[in-house]
Design a protein around this ligand. Sequence first.
Ligand SMILES: [Zn+2]
Ligand SMILES: [Zn+2]
Length: 286
Amino acid sequence: MAIGDFHLHSTASDGVQRPTWVVERAAANGVRVLALTDHDTTEGLPEAAAAAARLGLRLIPGVEVSTDLGPADVHLLGFGFDPEARELQEFFRWQREGRRTRVEKIVSILREHGMVIETQRVLEIAGEATVGRPHVARALVEKGYVASVKEAFDLWLGNGKPADVNREKLSPEDAIAMVHRHGGVVVIAHPVFIGGEYVETVRQLTAWGADGLETYYKHYGPELVTAHEALAGELGLARSGGSDYHGLGNPDDRDIGDIPFPDERVEEFVRFLEDRCAVPEYGVKR
Ligand SMILES: [Zn+2]
Ligand SMILES: [Zn+2]
């Protein structure tokens, strides 16, 4: 188990457990420093911060921003920014509105295919979370149109499937600049999920100002870790690590802190955050 985990989701976006639960689980697993990185929202941070303070853990302000690079979906992790910055909060709201519009489009396509679900029901399922495809999938399961969330993605919602609708585009370059403007750093999340020639994409993102590479990710084995360590070294990127915890269910899922992130590398990453970030710990502004 690692002492740091810098990629975690809660019910503030598409995770299955509340921020308090996530922090308590992290503590139980021996994690000392963590970042809650919900999709396009920091709404889980105050609750997570209260739990972290109670348990003596260090919480880094975090977020995961979805951006588009041509056909690729590039996820960027922001750390150590000022979570109260107005421009950031307005931007997150804009991203979430985009998701809602997207859900409306998906629902209308599904209707054309004879599957009648209501946008309102999808929003109810999402609750406080940032609404997205997983919530549409659950509405489809609920109505019995598909047997499982996985089947909903495989048949209808996944990339290239009939009800695959793109969000309004956000360039990684703009997202990086915005996090920087508010005192944070940007780490390229799960690079291999970018697909294709991901090494080239990582180079491009670095040229645009990305500061780090998610090197110790979830199920990565020694070969991938070594390749990412070398790439980060070559490009001068900081090395982060995280479980991308949403809940356990898929074979590749890992528990909070169950990642190949050596203690000395965690400490190195924390020093990097301290050197570079305006808010290296939630509630501690510099
Ligand atoms: Zn992601
Ligand atoms: Zn994630």
